[in-house]
Design a binder for this molecule. Structure first.
Ligand SMILES: [Zn+2]
Ligand SMILES: [Zn+2]
Length: 182
């Protein structure tokens, strides 16, 4: 099978059938106004994308198997800094043999969007921002005191429990004192 290099994600079905299948490398336009990566604007910026697609001709359908990889700029969900990272994804689509052309735009866009992590992280051990002064703790330490035990909401409930227990003990003692007196 020939490998075609092109920029467009649209393929002629007659061409695919004549060749008895097709392998193509596509480098689509990643500029924002190409519309291809519209949905990605909320989470980041696509810097580079490459699509490798293999078309196989069946008895009544054409199968497109695609592999996508690229590079994007995302915002870290912990420290809010922008960072670059790579991604990869794949898709399988079947098209009726009767269609005139196959446009892979939707398949590529959906695959890219599905590859966006729910919580993007600049690194797995990102230290995030100081909750007090907002400094990015990956760039160094701030002068805020480290969080103490009393800031921990869990320790408050522990102290409450101790307090309740002490209160019950005091009640028991005063009941006992009263009984002894009587
Ligand atoms: Zn981060
Ligand atoms: Zn701080």
């Amino acid at each position: 099978m020939d490998t075609l290099h092109q920029k467009s994600l649209t393929f002629s079905c007659a061409d695919i059938r004549e060749r008895g299948g097709l392998v193509s490398q596509v480098k689509p336009d990643t500029c924002q106004d190409s519309g291809l990566f519209e949905g990605l604007l909320r989470v980041g910026r696509l810097l580079d994308v490459q699509v490798r697609v293999k078309f196989s001709v069946g008895s009544s359908a054409i199968l497109a198997e695609g592999e996508i990889d690229g590079k994007w700029e995302l915002e870290c969900s912990r420290c809010l800094a922008n960072f670059n990272s790579t991604f990869a994804g794949s898709f399988d689509e079947t098209y009726p043999e009767t269609v005139e052309s196959i446009d892979l735009t939707d398949a590529v866009r959906q695959t890219v969007l599905l590859s966006v992590p729910v919580k993007p992280l600049c690194s797995t051990d990102c230290k995030g921002l100081c909750p007090k002064c907002g400094m990015n703790l990956n760039r160094g330490r701030c002068n805020c005191p480290p969080p103490s035990a009393k800031d921990c909401p869990f320790s408050i409930s522990l102290r409450m429990r101790d307090c309740n227990r002490d209160f019950k003990v005091v009640n028991l003692l005063s009941d006992a004192a009263r009984i002894i007196k009587e």
